[in-house]
Design a protein around this ligand. Sequence first.
Ligand SMILES: [Zn+2]
Length: 94
Amino acid sequence: MRLWPRRRPVPAPERPRANPTHVAVLEHDLLGVKPEPGSAAALTIALRRVGSCFEHDPVDTSTMADPRPTGQCSRCGRHMIQDSEGHWQVVLQP
Ligand SMILES: [Zn+2]
């Protein structure tokens, strides 16, 4: 005869998982890992180059080794460079 009821194990609450597409895009940007072809991450990165940015928002990412100020658009991710007059231009990559 049991005097106390047995406690049932309470399942742990599920933690929110990171978006795998966002993780793949960050891996590409930070580590240079190419996403799987045909995946949503590959499409996201490819669409950046289409020019979906209406007005670029450059962020200065230049270092002491750079001869000219370089940057990257915080919206579309394209690399930019600042000319001698202070205007940012998109770097044309082959
Ligand atoms: Zn842009």
